[in-house]
Design a protein around this ligand. Structure first.
Ligand code: PGU
Length: 410
């Protein structure tokens, strides 16, 4: 019989979101009458907007014609028009067209990036963090096994993001030659790093000869114009950062699947090899390009009309976040000292329940409000006692969830 990859035995439990679904389904089975509303997984709910739908339709129509049909893209890195548009519209020319790699989503690229660095890479993460950074590192052999009592994984350098440090970590713990995962606007805390903070991050990464994987999947939710939407707004970032991003949340492509990764040419490995060169080799070997249909949808989203629609869509979810924040500020929560963060430049509301374990708060909210949320402990040790509420939902469902939350008894 084949030996199991031992890294899998190092994982402490199932992936967070299926774990939540399992609990939800078990509850539903026991309480078939419960009309459960999910504010758990960050999954878009609103229809794709008309101009972007037109972009998708037009490509579908072309594919049905002899002249318009295309198979594999000439270049796995994506349609040149789309790469160009990403570079110009989203990065204002700070990066060049050939540094843009179009993919089937940020999560997939985060997984693929692990191959670039191999096992035994030192990994530093914000704590709490999107679970893929840590779980992916464990699978790749850079971390593990799980430590007892939910205190994370051996080998991962956790950088706690707490109420006390305003959810921006102490960077001095970053070791030499590390891969640093950094997400802003942050999932789950909803915090957005300022220009000064990101300048500090870039300086530290360079001093420690480390590489940042900057996840900007929620950049389109930033409304404060002083906040950076990309790491490349920071001087020096081209020499130390890869940026991963996504069309999922801005235009509702969670199911269509489209994202991108930026690998600047200045970024080098210790032996002087450009990371760019290996990334092209990797990308062309294990990826066959994003769907052409999806890419034309993405292209439409970067036209003026598409950008206006993106704004309306993301505003809708930000309005939901406002309603959730207001509900959590009600007397039932105030009485027990609940503290609320995020939700203004990000689609997540991050809530501290003093004296309660995250999974206990999850169970209480599910049982008494029939609302599913995400337990903060699932994002890392510093997420304990927090709950993440996602603002992705139909307005009537959000309103109903908010009114139920208003009656919560803890
Ligand atoms: N990066 C971050 C920071 C995310 O939160 C998510 C989705 C992604 C990337 C995924 O982007 P794609 O382009 O769609 O691949 N996070 C959601 C969904 C859960 C999941 O497992 O991806 C969330 O609820 O955290």
């Amino acid at each position: 019989m084949m030996n199991r990859n031992p890294n899998f035995a190092n994982l402490s439990s199932g992936y967070l979101f299926p774990e939540i679904s399992k609990r939800r389904n078990a509850y539903q089975k026991e309480h078939p009458e419960a009309k459960i509303i999910s504010l758990g997984i960050g999954n878009t709910t609103e229809p794709i907007t008309p101009y972007i739908i037109e972009g998708l339709h037009a490509e579908v129509a072309r594919l049905g014609t002899a002249e318009g049909y295309t198979g594999y893209c000439d270049n796995e890195a994506g349609l040149t028009e789309l790469r160009e548009k990403v570079a110009q519209v989203l990065y204002k020319g700070r990066i060049s067209t050939d540094e843009v790699f179009i993919s089937d989503g940020a999560k997939c690229d985060i997984g693929r990036l692990q191959y670039l660095f191999g096992k035994n890479t030192a990994v530093a993460v914000q704590d709490p963090a999107y679970p893929v950074y840590v779980d992916g590192s464990v699978i790749a052999g850079s971390a593990g096994p799980a430590l007892s009592g939910g205190s994370g994984y051996a080998g991962i350098i956790y950088m706690p993001c707490t109420i006390e440090n305003n959810f921006f970590p102490d960077l001095s713990v970053i070791p030499e030659n590390a891969l640093i995962y950094f997400c802003s606007p942050n999932n789950p805390t909803g915090a957005v790093a300022t220009r000064d903070q990101l300048t500090g991050l870039v300086k530290m990464a360079k001093a420690k000869q480390s590489i940042i994987i900057f996840d900007s999947a929620y950049a389109s939710f930033i409304r404060d114009p002083s906040l950076p939407v990309s790491i490349y707004e920071i001087e020096g970032a081209r020499e130390c950062a890869i940026e991963v991003s996504s069309f999922s949340k801005p235009i509702g492509f969670t199911g269509v699947r489209l994202g991108w990764t930026i690998v600047p040419k200045e970024l080098l490995f210790s032996d002087g090899t450009p990371v760019y060169r290996d990334w092209i080799r990797l990308f062309s070997t294990i990826f066959n390009g994003a769907s052409n249909i999806a890419q034309y949808g993405g292209l439409a989203s970067l036209d003026e009309k598409g950008l206006a629609e993106t704004r309306v869509l993301t505003d809708y979810y930000l309005e939901n976040a406002k309603l959730i924040r207001a509900a959590l500020a009600g007397p039932a929560f105030e009485k027990i000292g609940v503290k609320i963060y995020g939700g203004d430049n990000a689609p997540y509301v991050w809530t501290f329940f003093p004296g309660l374990k995250s999974w206990d708060a999850f169970d209480t909210i599910l049982d008494s409000c029939h609302v599913v949320c995400t337990p903060g402990a699932g994002f890392g040790p510093a997420g304990e006692s927090f709950i993440r509420f996602s603002s992705f939902g139909h307005r009537n469902q959000i309103e109903e969830a908010c009114s139920r939350l208003g009656t919560l008894q803890i």
